[in-house]
Write a protein that binds this ligand. Structure first.
Ligand code: UDX
Ligand code: UDX
Length: 461
């Protein structure tokens, strides 16, 4: 017989956020029963297997510790809703691709469907927790749907945005900078908030748990991502100026970041930020600002995305110009396709734009990545006729005219570049979109080295 669990927790949406977050709650709180449901049966089967649907360092062990004990993955959403006391909603909220706000606003169709399913199935009071990143005031819409029929079931909606970053999700969940819980400031709202806080108190120090009103909580998530992305676009904008003035962006970032008021993190110039969140959330913020008539505010934040697009395109042009203004028929080895290291996720990866543009220039690509080749194949799809996918970086570089580092995988720092140089076409080029390889050493080996925001190191007169 199943043990008596103190609380029954459900999460709808077994993605990059829902899966790891629930695995951590289950691992830290054996007294709760945690069920994760998803409409995607294949994904659920993977969560129940030894080959989890996402790659995340440390995740396998956390899942293994709790699965079958108090962590369950299922496709039975309706039963899950009936059983649960607390329901986290972590379904995706992509950018709308149609109608009003296309390319900007969040597509809330899955969100609303989930609210309606909860309403249809719930027979007892529930706390509904927004985990997905949402436009501010979405909780109000959720409340209205949940109160839209005559059911006497009481629902309380909370906002509890997730701040984990992919690649470090387990560390971030285990030791978060903060946990944010937003609620209505009514008696029942505060009671619900305390119940959610109690879950996190099992492992998060009380001083790291922030409570607030629900709208501030929803907005804080969008603003956090906007600020992080803004730092990257700020340093990337400066990287363009460094390239014109023989300054070195790493030194500039190092000097600027030593000011404690500015701080040193998230100032790595790169080929551009990727990932499922930054662009989507900023565009969402921009859309909301426009909606409220704050056009100047909208324009300010939109520039963060604009600079990111500019940076990706600048990288392609740098390659083209350096390689004598023609890439046609040249073989280019793409080192890394994931949007960042330690993940197989390629959503919005700058490598997608760069590869598509290189293909337009009629280059031949060999894409290498330790974890993301399946996703890369899918992303390049029809555009990918002149692309091959080779996991081993040495094999991928054979006969190439250039290497382009797209992801900061640690293994690329330690490659035997002498061996790679020997098997490449000459003159051999390196374009380091992440500033991670040893530029001087590569130059000494014979490469012509181009990095982000640094003077090029070439063997040309
Ligand atoms: C998602 C959102 O994109 C993000 O805004 C939010 O912060 C957290 O949730 P992520 O977990 O990365 O992020 O998304 P994804 O990996 O796409 O997972 C969402 C899951 O929800 C998918 O497995 C999908 O099948 C599932 N889903 C979607 C449902 O179970 N029901 C639906 O109606 C729609
Ligand atoms: C981000 C936020 O960090 C996280 O708090 C939120 O919950 C989801 O969105 P994520 O997108 O998973 O997380 O990864 P992150 O580490 O933020 O990196 C995003 C992108 O920015 C990556 O492409 C990364 O390579 C790039 N980046 C990051 C830089 O180009 N320079 C930097 O200094 C830091």
């Amino acid at each position: 017989m199943e043990p008596n669990f103190e609380k029954k927790i459900l999460c709808i949406g077994a993605g990059y956020v829902g899966g790891p977050t629930m695995a951590m709650i289950a691992a830290k709180c054996p007294q709760y029963r945690v069920t994760v449901v998803d409409i995607n049966a294949e994904r659920i089967a993977q969560w129940n297997s030894d080959a989890l649907p996402i790659y995340e360092p440390g995740l396998d062990a956390v899942v293994a510790a709790a699965r079958g004990r108090n962590l369950f993955f299922s496709t039975d959403i309706e039963d899950g809703i009936r059983q649960a006391d607390i329901i986290f909603v972590s379904v995706n909220t992509p950018t709308k691709t149609y109608g009003l706000g296309a390319g900007m606003a969040a597509d809330l169709q899955y969100w609303e469907k989930t609210a309606r399913t909860i309403l249809a199935c719930a027979e007892s009071p529930k706390i509904i927790v927004e985990k997905s990143t949402l436009p501010v005031k979405t909780a109000l819409a959720m409340e209205r749907i949940l109160k839209s029929n005559d059911s006497h079931v009481h629902f309380e909606v909370l906002s509890n945005p997730e701040f984990l970053a992919e690649g470090t999700a387990i560390r971030d969940l285990e030791n978060p900078d903060r946990v944010l819980v937003g609620s209505r400031l009514t008696e029942s709202g505060l009671q619900a908030r305390d119940q959610l806080v109690e879950i996190y108190r099992n492992w998060v120090p009380t001083e790291s748990i922030i409570t607030s009103d629900i709208w501030s909580s929803e907005l804080s998530k969008l603003v956090s991502n906007a600020f992080l992305a803004q730092r990257i676009s700020s340093i990337n904008a400066i990287s363009a100026l460094c390239e014109k003035t023989d300054a070195d962006v790493t030194r500039v970032a190092g000097a600027v970041g030593r000011d404690k008021r500015i701080g040193s993190r998230f100032l790595n110039a790169s080929v551009g930020f990727g990932g499922s969140c930054f662009k989507k959330d900023i565009l969402n913020l921009v859309y909301i600002c426009r909606f409220y008539g704050l056009d100047d505010v909208a324009e300010y934040w939109e520039k963060v995305v604009h600079i990111n697009d500019y940076q990706k395109e600048r990288f392609v042009r740098l390659m083209l110009t350096a390689m004598f203004n023609t890439l046609a028929g040249k073989k280019i080895c793409i080192l890394g396709f994931a949007f960042k290291a330690d993940t197989g996720d390629t959503r919005e990866s700058p490598a997608i734009h760069v590869c598509k543009r290189l293909l337009e220039e009629k280059a031949e690509l060999v894409v290498s990545d330790p974890k993301a080749l399946d996703n890369a194949r899918r992303d390049l799809g029809a555009a990918g006729k002149r692309v091959s996918y080779v996991k081993d970086p040495y094999e991928a570089a054979e006969g190439a005219h250039a290497l382009a580092v797209m992801t900061e995988w640690a293994l690329y720092r330690e490659l035997d570049f002498r061996r790679i140089y020997r098997c490449m076409a000459k003159p051999a080029f390196v374009f380091d979109g992440r500033n991670i390889v040893d530029h001087r050493k590569l130059h000494d080996i014979g490469f012509n080295v181009y990095a982000i925001g640094k003077p090029p190191l070439t063997h040309f007169d």
